[in-house]
Design a protein around this ligand. Structure first.
Ligand code: HEC
Length: 133
């Protein structure tokens, strides 16, 4: 059995070269059960560092993960409306003006919409460069 295994590894080494084998080993490392077990935590660590991150984590991850926040980019006014919608329809508690401002500052800084210098005849705000054609 052992020699069979060794032969197999040598065969792969011979056929694909050491860099491919190394790549396969690295992939195995990332797929290891310990990483899968910690996958839940990782969802909550993706928020970029900055003022207000703690407040967002405290107030915005009780019902859903940060992923739903990170998949959005919008101007501040729309984040404001999202918070109101969270409160009126989804059960988000009252934040008070200071906390709300801190959270809005964070969201619009890190998940805002950057204005692009490119010509934009429709006046839309894109988070990506519009097709020049
Ligand atoms: C009490 C539970 C609760 C809390 C707290 C909460 N949310 Fe939500 N949120 C929801 C639910 C439920 C949905 C899914 C609503 C739907 O799609 O119908 C949602 C959806 C969202 C979406 C997705 C909107 C979209 O259409 O893509 C964003 C963005 C969001 N929440 C941001 C936040 C932010 C920012 C906070 C913190 C200020 C927050 N949420 C706090 C319950 C909550």
């Amino acid at each position: 059995m052992e020699t069979f295994f060794k032969k197999g590894v040598m065969n792969i080494l011979h056929k694909y070269g050491p860099s491919t084998v190394r790549l396969i080993l690295v992939i195995c490392l990332f797929c290891s059960p310990s990483n899968i077990a910690h996958g839940g935590d990782l969802q909550y660590q993706e928020l970029p560092p900055g003022e207000g991150r703690k407040q967002v984590l405290e107030n915005c991850t009780a019902c859903h993960s940060t992923a739903i926040i990170l998949q959005n980019r919008m101007p501040r006014m729309q984040w404001d409306q999202t918070l109101t919608w969270m409160q009126e329809k989804q059960g988000l508690w009252d934040l008070g003006p200071d906390l709300r401002k801190t959270i809005l500052d964070y969201l619009s800084t890190h998940r805002g919409v950057k204005k692009l210098p490119s010509h934009n005849p429709l006046g839309h705000q894109y988070s990506y460069r519009p097709n020049p054609l």
